[in-house]
Design a protein around this ligand. Structure first.
Ligand code: CP
Length: 315
């Protein structure tokens, strides 16, 4: 079993229930991962994913090895048949097979480069590990998805569930750097598995991949989208059509306390890290309605559920 996308979740409600059970007794399966090793390979920085996934593995009694390819690993080649006379020192074929001998599960973080859309959509790094690793692979955020985050988001929303069918809004917000669409994509896919009134709001031209958003409602008027919302999930992403570009940095899209008054006393969510007073105003992030710290805590139980399922599956 691999965990690469939200599509790997066979029943979201069941997984959320199981994760909440783990949260109540996180050390219950401390023996399950004995003598098993999780290898965590980072091609990009991380705080939450690195520590929560490591914590999850430790809760299961696993050993953990972490490697940063940004400054420690050999530069890898992913092209089949490449003549390796340039910068890359090692081919993914050897690297993935070698790491598979040391680890029982390989977790990989490799963001979108935001230069070549086709290359990013092909998930070159993740696909390379999936092809050549001989052990299960977990996606710790690829080019197009962040399924561990989406699972943690679903757990957090269940903990704050409303008595009525909730209105959930995914709102774009400005950011000084061009960011990938991965978090937003996985949140959309996860929301499509939920019984909710789901709305995506962003400036015109900032549409996510239509193959992911499918029939999800898009509302270009952020204020209108916020009306009566129970959850506001904010995230920046760069332009998908004018790929990887920042074509809008309108500060009117920043989530403020005034905008939150339009909602049904909504909970504020963000995957973190977040740029204060650019993406969201201090007053919202520091309010009682902000559940971003709980979201980050639930990353551990999302990861622990995924690792537990893989271990129970025979690895
Ligand atoms: N939300 C998230 O993935 O955080 P990190 O990038 O710090 O891991």
């Amino acid at each position: 079993m691999n965990y690469i996308s939200v599509q790997n979740i066979d029943s979201l409600s069941e997984w959320v229930k199981q994760a909440l059970k783990i949260k109540k007794k996180p050390l219950k399966n401390k023996k399950l991962g004995k003598n098993k090793t999780l290898g965590m390979l980072f091609f990009n920085p991380s705080l939450r994913t690195r520590l929560s996934t490591q914590k999850a593995a430790l809760n299961l009694g696993m050993n953990v090895m972490v490697m940063n390819f940004t400054n420690e690993g050999w530069t890898l080649e992913f092209e089949d048949g490449a003549i390796m006379d340039q910068g890359a020192s090692e081919h993914i074929k050897e690297a993935a097979e070698v790491v598979s001998q040391y680890c029982d599960i390989i977790a990989v973080r490799a963001f979108a480069g935001l230069v070549d859309k086709d290359k990013d959509n092909a998930e070159t790094v993740l696909a390379g590990f999936l092809k050549f690793a001989t052990v299960p692979v977990v996606n710790m955020e690829g080019c197009t998805g962040h399924p561990l985050q989406a699972l943690a988001d679903a757990i957090t929303m269940q903990e704050h569930k409303t008595e009525h069918r909730p209105k959930v809004v995914l709102s774009w917000a400005p950011h000084p750097k061009a960011l990938p669409q991965a978090v937003a994509n996985s949140f959309v896919s996860m929301m499509q598995l939920q019984d909710a009134d789901f709305v995506i709001t962003h400036p015109e031209g900032y549409e996510l991949n239509p193959e992911i958003t499918k029939n999800s409602v898009i509302e270009y008027d952020q204020n209108k989208a916020f009306e009566n919302a129970d959850f506001i999930y904010t995230k920046n992403w760069s332009n998908y059509t004018d790929y990887g570009k920042i074509t809008n940095s309108d500060p009117n899209w920043t989530v403020t306390a005034e905008k939150m008054t339009l909602t049904n006393n909504a909970k504020f969510m963000h995957c973190l890290p977040v740029r204060r007073n650019v993406v969201v105003a201090d007053e919202v992030l520091d309010s009682e309605n902000s559940i971003v710290i709980e979201q980050a805590n639930n990353r551990t139980y999302a990861a622990q559920l995924v690792l537990q399922k893989i271990l129970e599956n025979g690895h």
